[in-house]
Ligand binder design. Structure first.
Ligand SMILES: [Zn+2]
Length: 133
């Protein structure tokens, strides 16, 4: 599907608006994989991690999803390079493969009871100190 530039910007604005509404009204995205299997997928806690990052609570963001916190700066740098500076280089297949392996390992490790520190903490509202005031 090919979008015109105008349609792309409208989609970006809709996306930004959805993120702002989610941050403002504490709306999360439930994980279907976790609901069905009881296991954590690599994205579990991701929305809460992004929300914690938006509030500059990096420690709590790590507790929700360490993978997203670690990859977020690289993703932002790449997106700025690609869309702001119109960079022509793409991510090589080897880097995609490394990211895939890291994601699979993270998925396995965060479901091992001994490594509970990688599993997302339960309710994000219970852990946000700035909300308790
Ligand atoms: Zn999940």
């Amino acid at each position: 599907m090919k979008f015109s530039t105008r349609k792309k910007y409208i989609l970006y604005l809709i996306g930004i608006l959805i993120i702002i509404i989610m941050l403002k009204y504490d709306i999360g995205i439930p994980c279907i994989f976790h609901i069905i299997t009881g296991y954590y997928c690599p994205g579990c806690g991701g929305t809460r991690a992004i929300r914690a990052l938006a509030h500059f609570n990096i420690h709590q963001a790590f507790r929700y999803n360490a993978l997203i916190v670690l990859l977020f700066p690289f993703a932002m740098i790449y997106l700025i390079y690609k869309y702001v500076f119109k960079g022509r280089k793409s991510i090589s297949n080897n880097i995609w493969l490394i990211l895939l392996i890291i994601t699979i390992l993270f998925s396995i490790l965060r479901n091992i009871p001994m490594l509970y520190i990688l599993a997302p903490t339960k309710l994000w509202k219970d852990n946000f100190s700035w909300r308790k005031k």
